[in-house]
Design a protein around this ligand. Structure first.
Ligand SMILES: *Cc1c(COP(=O)(O)O)cnc(C)c1O
Length: 460
């Protein structure tokens, strides 16, 4: 007898996962190690210690622990906004007339509005445990800065957020939210750091970039007492924290006997996608499932689908360790017309490796199609999605319509990473017809590729 599946799949207190899942522990072929940019040798814990919290470094370099227990105090904080709703999209299924079952995991119910709080909470927790009194970070679109501001307020840690100048102007309410939670927000580039001053000297009217904001935040952390730097995507420890998303879905699916055929996530640096698929990819890697995984990225910033698999820097100032990843080159700049987030040049190293090894499909979506899908979803299911999340919606609708053609009753799961409440200017552009699509030319991409460092490891 099949159990009636509710529209919202709840978990009881006992069923809530208490562990993160480390996908690298299940990979037979491990991702290539992070390299020290000076020596080109694999980085050690000591190399990273001046910049990151100790426990986060351990997690970053840990390729063998399958499960890592979430500290009790952090589990308690998670309970303020988790489990995140897991919802059967019954209305959408009906409108699409698809035999497919569609589920989505909605990470946008907390005030910061996205999944980023899952890692922000963990990073602020470890900083407090290790006795640090201040943290520095950067934010592009503002979600990460908001999440860190919330987490630092909760744990009583001073936070400085370098926000890309153009975003601070375009998203004034993100700035206010970050400041309301008590963080110090500095539009980047600023005259408060050497890195910022150098950029301003060359171009006083620059819009700023994520790469420059990273350099400013790292500099502040290195030059302040009792301070560390935190990052909200791309790195392995961030994916580890985000595995709480997939762990909750897995617990709920097991409870109701659901097995996903297709799992879809949008991909910027890869943290929500890596977190959502973690337990399901672990099964696939052990030969215990045939689940198909799809990453969706903007056509204007196609790291997976048109990038190179190479060692590259995480920032434009070329100061971070080198990461082997799918990359467009650290100097790649998406077209200014791109509104939908997901504009990072590289992709998490484990996901990049899984992609190269054929365990993950990647596809692109153009932004007008993404906004069309977003608004369609909002009207049918009620939730106005973040433009980033709508990349996954677009692919989920496409897959459900394929099932309509073939008559297959597939189970589709996608990650709805956040709400669009702070993205009104992008929605306004779409509504007024002021949004355009841009696909980079080969020449545009070559410019980015030329910034990939010419080291022996990239020449074989
Ligand atoms: C940051 C963000 C993303 C993309 O980041 P990933 O690290 O790739 O997950 C997607 N959706 C929302 C709402 C975000 O804030």
């Amino acid at each position: 007898m099949t159990q009636q599946i509710p529209t919202r799949l709840y978990l009881s207190d006992e069923e809530i996962p208490k562990n993160w899942l480390n996908i690298r522990a299940y990979m037979k072929d491990k991702p290539s190690p992070m390299l020290h940019p000076g020596t080109l040798k694999p980085v050690t814990e000591q190399d990273l210690e001046p910049v990151f919290c100790k426990e986060l470094i351990k997690q970053e370099l840990d390729e063998s622990s399958q499960l890592i227990e979430i500290p009790q105090e952090l589990q308690d904080f998670y309970r303020a906004f988790r489990p995140a709703p897991l919802i059967r999209a019954r209305f959408l299924e009906k409108v699409l007339e698809t035999p497919a079952e569609i589920y989505y995991k909605f990470e946008g119910t907390n005030t910061s509005g996205s999944h980023k709080l899952n890692s922000a909470a963990a990073q602020a927790y470890y900083a407090k445990e290790e006795g640090f009194t201040s943290l520095a970070t950067e934010t592009g679109a503002g979600q990460w800065g908001s999440a860190m501001a919330m987490a630092c307020a909760f744990y009583g840690i001073k936070l400085t957020v370098f926000m890309v100048k153009v975003s601070a102007k375009q998203k004034p309410y993100r700035k206010t939210l970050i400041e309301t939670y008590g963080a110090n927000l500095i539009p980047s580039p600023s005259d408060t750091t050497n890195a910022g001053r150098a950029v301003l000297e060359k171009d006083p009217n620059t819009n700023g970039s994520l790469g420059c904001a990273i350099s400013e935040a790292v500099e502040l952390a290195l030059t302040s007492k009792n301070s560390r730097y935190v990052l909200g995507s791309v790195l392995n420890h961030v994916l580890l924290h985000q595995s709480i998303i997939g762990q909750e879905v897995k617990a709920a699916f097991d409870k109701y006997g659901i097995e996903p055929d297709i799992i879809i996530g949008c991909a910027g640096g890869g943290s929500n996608l890596g977190g959502l698929i973690a337990p399901f990819m672990a099964l696939r890697l052990q030969g215990k499932s045939k689940t198909h995984f799809i990453a969706v990225e903007p056509a204007s910033c196609p790291s997976f689908t048109r990038g190179r698999y190479a060692y590259d820097f995480g920032d434009t100032a070329m100061t971070t360790p080198l990461i082997k990843m799918m990359t467009l080159g650290n100097a790649f700049m998406p077209s200014p017309s791109h509104a939908g987030g997901l504009r990072y040049h590289g992709m998490n190293s484990a996901l990049s490796k899984l992609y190269k090894d054929g365990f993950l499909e990647a596809r692109t979506a153009q932004q007008k199609d993404v906004f069309e899908a977003a608004i369609r979803f909002a009207k049918i299911e009620g939730i106005l999605p973040a433009p980033e999340s709508a990349h996954a919606i677009k692919a989920a609708i496409d897959e459900a319509l394929k099932c309509k053609k073939t008559g297959e009753k597939k189970t589709i799961l996608f990650g709805l990473t956040g709400t669009g409440s702070f993205d009104m200017s992008a929605y306004a552009d779409y509504n007024s017809g002021n949004m355009s699509d841009y696909i980079p030319t080969e020449a545009d991409l070559e410019k980015g590729f030329s910034s990939i460092p010419n080291i022996p490891q990239n020449r074989s």
